[in-house]
Design a protein around this ligand. Structure first.
Ligand code: NDP
Length: 240
């Protein structure tokens, strides 16, 4: 039987490419989203992939939502924690609300997504947890104290989960994309985007599919011994 994969924020951007790539690789896929019904409908019409709506920032909603996915499709074997937001501001102007919203979605959201399915993965002696972090969690970024904190936190999460899950056949890994051509990046002013591209030795933004292919590898049986790792997919952008 096909393995079941769940992608949070799987209806747009990088998550959309991940959902499609996992489906093409033979998984039964569920894609979640937070509020954009129109994008979710367009995605389902186009792909036939089931979508589910809840906020990853809400533990009870995540637990209920994940239980519904498992009732519909079967136990979740591959969990891709991809949903994320930015609320950028230089630190002296960053509000407690901007801090908290990003922490709740990007960091606590990973806990809320993995925690309810972890016992099942342990029981079944198989699981793949893949967290989409960011180059800005590795290097920090002006105006992103909140975001960088969450994305660095993701790396601590997977390294710890890897140690706890290894003897249960569970792997946990992170991918740190560099700048990828999604709405999140295309929303920044063109001048800023040009400055960003000038810092990428490959000379272009990454494509969502280039991150999706890393996910397919980490989910596969070829990656059984890859555990607690970080794949940096950033076009050779230096960060140390
Ligand atoms: P997008 O803004 O294009 O898509 C974000 C997705 O996350 C949407 O499906 C959105 O749902 C969902 N989402 C946001 N908040 C919540 C929430 N509270 N609950 C559930 N779902 C939510 O983002 P990207 O594709 O650009 O980014 C995907 C991931 O990759 C993020 O974690 C981001 O930090 C990371 N990343 C992105 C990079 C880039 O260059 N784009 C670079 C490095 C990392 P809805 O459609 O309902 O809004």
């Amino acid at each position: 039987m096909a393995r079941v994969a769940l992608v949070t924020g799987g209806t747009r951007g990088i998550g959309e490419a991940i959902s499609k790539a996992l489906k093409a690789a033979g998984y039964t896929v569920a894609a979640t989203y937070g509020g954009n019904d129109e994008a979710a409908k367009k995605f389902t019409d186009e792909t036939g992939i089931a979508t589910y709506k809840w906020s990853v920032a809400d533990y009870a909603a995540s637990k209920d939502g994940l239980a519904k996915v498992e009732a519909d499709l079967g136990p979740i074997d591959v969990l891709v924690a991809n949903a994320g937001i930015t609320r950028d501001a230089p630190f002296h102007k960053m509000t407690p609300e901007q801090w908290q919203e990003v922490i709740d979605t990007n960091l606590t959201g990973v806990f809320n997504t993995v925690h309810p399915v972890w016992p099942g993965m342990r029981e079944r002696k198989f699981g793949r947890v893949i967290v989409i972090s960011s180059i800005n969690g590795q290097k920090g970024q002006f105006g992103q104290v909140n975001y960088a904190a969450t994305k660095a936190g993701d790396l601590g999460i997977v390294k710890s989960l890897a140690q706890e899950g290894a003897r249960f056949g569970i792997t946990a890994n992170a991918i740190c994309p560099g700048y990828i051509a999604t709405e999140m990046v295309m929303a920044v002013p063109e001048k800023v985007r040009e400055a960003i591209i000038s810092q990428i030795p490959t000379g272009r933004l990454g494509e969502p599919e280039e991150i999706a292919r890393c996910v397919v590898f980490l989910a596969s049986d070829d990656a059984t011994f890859v555990n607690g790792s970080t794949i940096s997919a950033n076009g050779a952008q230096f960060f140390v």
